[in-house]
Design a binder for this molecule. Structure first.
Ligand SMILES: [Zn+2]
Length: 239
């Protein structure tokens, strides 16, 4: 289990492997779970949660970066054994509560073409068990009521209109699909409902002061890479 530790001693653990990463933010004897991955990673995910609980920790809340099936497919399975609040941005909550995925749009012409052709099939594939959210976030929220005053939710739209990132100690950002980490030195995701909003969200993330950006797909992105990518895409938008 890969781990990052912030200056206040909060631990960020990367749980399920495979295509969609799930993270836990651990503080003393409680932890937050960020996203839930794909159905295919359910066993590995539940095993990872058990391992944390075996160390004497209890789950405090489940936070979703956005409503796509590869992040939401295991919520119901987790809630079956955990009575914890589910937190999502209000703009994506409607998808969660109907078991659908927010619509996708390719960021480059070839993917846009494929998405248009395959949209119906995607929506069928992208269904999951609907879940009621307990807390719908507008733009920003500090999680001090849950005892995690070092953790903030930041509205980072673009990939979906309700995407949010989780900022830990102004040091590590869990960014969902607002950035990718699959291609070295590139953070541009293949899908985004609004590319302008997406690039603006990178700017908001840089303003948090974070030095590490952890995407759901791929490896971590260093701040210098994000700064460089932001400058590059900002110039493209102007030209
Ligand atoms: Zn997504």
């Amino acid at each position: 289990m890969k781990k990052w530790i912030t200056k206040s001693g909060l631990e960020i653990l990367r749980l399920a492997g495979g295509m969609s990463k799930v993270f836990a933010i651990k503080k003393e004897n409680r932890f937050l779970l960020i996203d839930t991955g794909r159905k295919s990673s359910r066993r590995a995910l539940l095993h990872g949660i058990n391992r944390i609980e075996d160390s004497g920790c209890s789950l405090a809340a489940l936070i979703l970066t956005h409503a796509h099936y590869d992040h939401t497919a295991n919520i119901a399975a987790i809630l079956a054994n955990h009575k914890v609040p589910v937190i999502i941005n209000q703009r994506d909550a409607v998808y969660l509560e109907s078991g659908r995925s927010a619509s996708i749009r390719g960021t480059v012409p070839v993917i846009r073409f494929l998405v248009k052709r395959l949209e119906k099939g995607f929506q069928l594939l992208a269904q999951y068990q609907p879940v009621k959210s307990n807390l719908q976030v507008d733009d920003e929220l500090t999680l001090e009521t849950l005892g995690f005053e070092e953790v903030d939710l930041l509205y980072t739209p673009g990939h979906t209109m309700g995407s949010q990132s989780i900022i830990v100690d102004h040091e590590v950002a869990l960014v969902g699909d607002t950035m990718f980490g699959i291609v070295p030195r590139s953070i541009f995701p293949p899908f985004a409902q609004d590319v302008d909003l997406l690039v603006n969200s990178w700017s908001c993330l840089l303003k948090t002061g974070c030095s590490v950006f952890l995407p759901s797909h791929g490896s971590s992105n260093a701040r210098e890479v994000v700064e460089k990518e932001y400058r590059k895409y900002q110039i493209r938008r102007v030209l």
